[in-house]
Design a protein around this ligand. Structure first.
Ligand SMILES: [Zn+2]
Ligand SMILES: [Zn+2]
Length: 682
C-alpha cells in the first residue's frame, strides 16, 4: 500500500482491474487494536476493494467497517461473509489507509477508530456518497496580489521552494515574532505548489479560523480554489467541502486539526500555523497530535512541512537545535514596527499601598484613562471566565464545590448562577449557605465578568465588551463583536484567550494582563511554557499600527523566568532556561510519556483496576520505564466518575509503546471501568 505520490490515475480506477477479492481485513470503529477477517461472497468480489466501507455481521449485530487489506484464505478458523459494499469508489485513498494504521500504532488507538476520526460525520454514519458535483461556494472577496518580501522572508521562501523543487520531505520552522510576515511566506509557497498542480493543506488553530484568516487565502487564490474545514460549520457544509477536495476542485485546504486528513490527491505542502497550540492535540481517542500526523503524511508524498510560530513548542525548537528541523528565523517586524514596550507590575507591592482586592494596579488604571482620553483602544486579558472563581461562606469557612466533580464552583453574575467549569452544570447562586444557613456568602477572586463590571464603574463613559465562551455562545457573535471593535464602536475589549490570538487592530495601543500568574499555578510541567506563550501572544496585540503600543503585565511573581522573558520578547532566553529545567527533571523532549487514566463510578473499583494495571506493567516492562502512580487525576471526579492515573516515563520510545500494548493485552477488562491511553500527553 504505497501512497500514491504522483499525478497518476485515481486509486479508485486501479481497483477495478484488481482480480477478484475473496477475503478481506476489516477495521471497525471500536476501541480495539485488532482487525477482523471476512470472506467476500461471489457477487461482491468485483466491488470489494481497500478503502471502501462495508456492512458486516459483528457479534450479534451489524456494523459498518472499513476494508484495510486483502488477505489469503484464513487457516484454522472460519470467517463470516461481508453483507454489502457501500461505496463505488474508495472513500479512503491508499495514503490515508496507511496513515491511519500508523496513528493507531503510534497512539495505541484502534485502526477503525482512527479512520472514523479522519472522515466527515455523515460518511462515518454510513450515508451513501453524493454523485452530483458540489455547487460553487458563493463568496466574493477582492483579490490580492503577492506583497514584496524583505530579505529574511525571501531567504525563508527560497529554502522552502528549493525543497519543493527537489521533491524533498523537509520540516522547516518559520520562527518569527508576531507581525513578522509569516503568512505572506506561506501564501507565496502555496502559489508555487498550485502552479505545479498540487494541493496544500494549511492547519490553523480552531480559535484563529476567523473570517479574517480565511479571507486572506480566498483573496489570494480565489474562493473556488480554497476549501475550508472547521467544527463551527454545519455538517452538510463540511461534507460539501470534503467532496470538493476529493474531486480535485479545491487545491488549498484551510482548516483546524482534523483537516490534516483532507482527501487530497497529490499533496505538495503542509503548513501548520501556531504549531505550539495545544488544540492540535486531540483530547479523545485517537489522541493524536496533528503536527506529528502532518509530518508523517507529508513524508509519504515527499512534501515539505512549514511549522510557523512566534513561540515554538519546546520540543520543536529542540529538534531545530538538533538539526532535524531546519530553522528559518524572521527577526524583524515588517515595516519596522517596533515591538510594544512591556511594563511588569509587582502586585505584591500594590498590596502594600492598601489596595488589597483591587483588580487594577495604579499604572494600569492611569494608562487606561490616558488611552481612552486619546481616543485609542485597549484589550484586557484574563484567562478565567465568570465573575469570581470562589464562592466562600464566612459563617462556616466552606468553599462551595460541584457535587459530582468536587471542583470549586464559579459565580456567574449575568445569570446569577454558580457553574461547574468541568461538567458545565449550573444552579442558582444561593442566598444563604447550603451547609450552615449563614447569610455571609462572599464571592472571591477575579473572572472576566468582574473585570467588565469594575471597568464600567471606573470608566462609565467608555464602551466595553466582553469576549469569552459565555458571551460568544451564538453562532456568528464572535465575528460581529470583532467588526464592532474594528469600527471603534467599542473602546475596551475584555476577554479570555479568545482575545489573544491573531487579532490585528491598528488602534489598539494598550494591552493589560490582569493576572499573568493564572496559568503558572497549574500542576503541569508545561505551565511555564503556556504562560510565556500566552503572554507573548497577548502582548503582540498592542501597537500593530502606526501608534506605539504598551503592555502592562500584573503579576505576583515578577521574577519568574517565563514572565521576565515575555516582558523582553525574548524567546531564546526562555527556551534556554526551560530546556535546562526539562533536562534536569527528565521531562520531554528528553523522555517519552504515556498517561493511563482509569475511570469508574466506584472509587474503589477505579483504584483497584489502576493498581492491577500497575502491577502487570511493573512485571512486564523494562526497569528503565518509570511507572508513577496510581494517583488521583488533577480533577479527581468528573460527572460522578472517579479518575485514577498512571504515568509512564521512558528515555527510549521503543521500550514504551509496543511492550505497553502487549502488557495491556494481559490485563483483563474490569466491568464498569474504562481505560484511556494518552501517548505524549499535553
Ligand atoms: Zn456556611
Ligand atoms: Zn461538575
Amino acid at each position: 500500500m504505497r501512497p500514491d505520490a504522483g499525478n497518476g490515475p485515481l486509486p479508485a480506477r486501479t481497483s477495478i482491474k484488481v482480480q477478484t477479492v475473496r477475503y478481506v481485513e476489516v477495521a471497525v470503529g471500536l476501541p480495539v487494536q485488532t482487525t477482523f477477517h471476512y470472506s467476500v461472497p461471489k457477487q461482491l468480489q468485483e466491488q470489494a476493494a481497500v478503502g471502501k466501507r462495508v456492512r458486516i455481521p459483528f457479534r450479534n449485530r451489524q456494523l459498518i467497517g472499513y476494508i484495510v487489506g486483502v488477505v489469503g484464505r484464513p487457516e484454522g478458523f472460519s470467517v463470516k461473509p461481508i453483507l454489502e459494499v457501500l461505496d463505488q469508489d474508495p472513500i479512503l485513498g491508499p495514503d490515508l489507509v496507511e496513515l491511519t494504521r500508523w496513528i493507531g500504532k503510534k497512539y495505541l488507538a484502534g485502526w477503525g477508530e482512527t479512520i472514523e476520526a479522519a472522515l466527515p460525520g455523515p460518511i462515518r454514519k454510513g450515508r451513501l456518497m453524493m454523485k452530483s458535483r458540489s455547487p460553487e461556494p458563493a463568496v466574493e472577496v477582492s483579490p490580492s496580489s503577492p506583497l514584496p518580501l524583505n530579505a529574511e522572508q525571501k531567504q525563508a521562501l527560497d529554502s522552502i521552494l528549493a525543497a519543493v523543487n527537489r521533491r524533498e520531505h523537509r520540516v522547516f520552522l518559520l520562527h518569527g515574532v508576531t507581525g513578522s510576515g509569516k503568512t505572506e511566506v506561506y501564501l507565496q509557497a502555496i502559489q508555487e505548489i498550485l502552479s505545479q498542480g498540487k494541493t496544500s493543506i494549511v492547519l490553523v488553530p480552531e480559535i484563529s479560523l476567523t473570517p479574517q484568516t480565511i479571507e486572506r487565502f480566498q483573496a489570494r487564490f480565489g474562493a473556488k480554489t480554497v476549501a475550508v474545514l472547521h467544527s463551527a460549520m454545519l455538517e452538510s457544509q463540511r461534507l460539501q467541502e470534503w467532496h470538493r477536495i476529493r474531486l480535485g476542485e479545491a487545491h488549498v485546504v484551510v482548516g483546524a486539526r482534523s483537516a490534516v486528513f483532507a482527501p487530497v490527491q497529490s499533496l505538495g505542502l503542509v503548513v501548520i500555523d501556531e504549531e505550539h497550540e495545544p488544540s492540535y492535540k486531540q483530547e479523545d481517542a485517537p489522541r493524536y497530535h496533528a503536527r506529528e500526523v502532518a509530518i508523517t503524511r507529508a513524508k509519504a508524498f515527499q512534501a515539505p512541512v512549514i511549522l510557523g510560530s512566534a513561540t515554538p513548542a519546546i520540543e520543536t525548537y529542540y529538534q531545530a537545535t538538533q538539526r532535524r528541523i531546519e530553522l528559518l528565523p524572521l527577526r524583524s517586524r515588517i515595516e519596522e514596527v517596533p515591538l510594544p514596550q512591556v511594563e511588569i507590575v509587582d502586585m505584591r507591592q500594590e498590596f502594600g499601598r492598601g489596595s488589597r482586592g483591587k483588580i487594577f494596579s495604579r499604572q494600569l488604571e492611569e494608562t487606561l484613562a490616558q488611552t481612552l482620553t486619546s481616543r485609542q483602544q485597549a484589550i484586557l486579558f484574563l484567562n478565567r471566565r465568570g465573575f469570581s472563581p470562589f464562592i466562600h461562606c464566612r459563617g462556616c469557612g466552606q468553599i462551595l464545590r460541584c457535587k459530582s466533580c468536587q471542583v470549586t464552583l464559579t459565580y456567574h453574575m449575568d445569570t446569577r448562577s454558580m457553574v461547574c467549569h468541568t461538567c458545565h452544570s449550573e444552579q442558582p447562586a444561593p442566598e444563604i449557605c447550603p451547609k450552615c444557613r449563614s447569610e455571609y456568602i462572599r464571592f472571591q477572586g477575579i473572572g472576566t465578568q468582574r473585570v467588565e463590571s469594575e471597568l464600567a464603574r471606573l470608566f462609565p463613559q467608555a464602551s466595553i465588551a466582553r469576549m469569552d465562551t459565555d458571551s460568544m455562545k451564538a453562532r456568528g457573535s464572535h465575528a460581529k463583536l470583532l467588526s464592532a471593535f474594528r469600527r471603534h464602536e467599542i473602546d475596551v475589549l475584555v476577554g479570555t484567550q479568545m482575545v489573544a490570538k491573531g487579532l490585528d487592530f491598528p488602534r489598539v495601543t494598550l494591552v493589560g494582563v490582569i493576572s499573568a500568574d493564572t496559568a503558572l499555578n497549574l500542576p503541569d510541567f508545561r505551565s511555564a511554557e503556556r504562560t510565556f506563550n500566552l503572554l507573548t501572544q497577548v502582548a503582540g496585540r498592542a501597537g500593530r499600527g502606526a501608534l506605539p503600543g504598551k503592555v502592562i503585565l500584573q503579576t505576583y511573581t515578577p521574577h519568574h523566568y517565563g514572565i521576565v522573558a515575555a516582558g523582553r520578547h525574548d524567546y531564546l532566553a526562555f527556551y534556554q532556561q526551560e530546556i535546562e529545567a526539562r533536562r534536569q527533571c527528565g521531562l520531554p523532549p528528553f523522555t517519552h510519556l504515556v498517561q493511563l487514566t482509569v475511570r469508574s463510578l466506584g472509587e474503589n473499583k477505579a483504584l483497584e483496576y489502576a493498581k492491577k494495571i500497575a502491577q502487570t506493567l511493573r512485571r512486564c516492562l523494562l526497569s528503565e520505564v518509570q511507572i508513577l502512580g496510581p494517583s488521583p487525576a488533577p480533577v479527581h471526579r468528573v460527572r460522578r466518575n472517579y479518575l485514577w492515573q498512571l504515568l509512564l516515563k521512558s528515555p527510549e520510545e521503543v521500550h514504551l509503546k509496543e511492550p505497553l500494548a502487549a502488557a495491556l493485552r494481559e490485563v483483563s477488562a474490569s466491568r464498569g471501568c474504562r481505560l484511556a491511553i494518552d501517548v505524549d500527553p499535553l
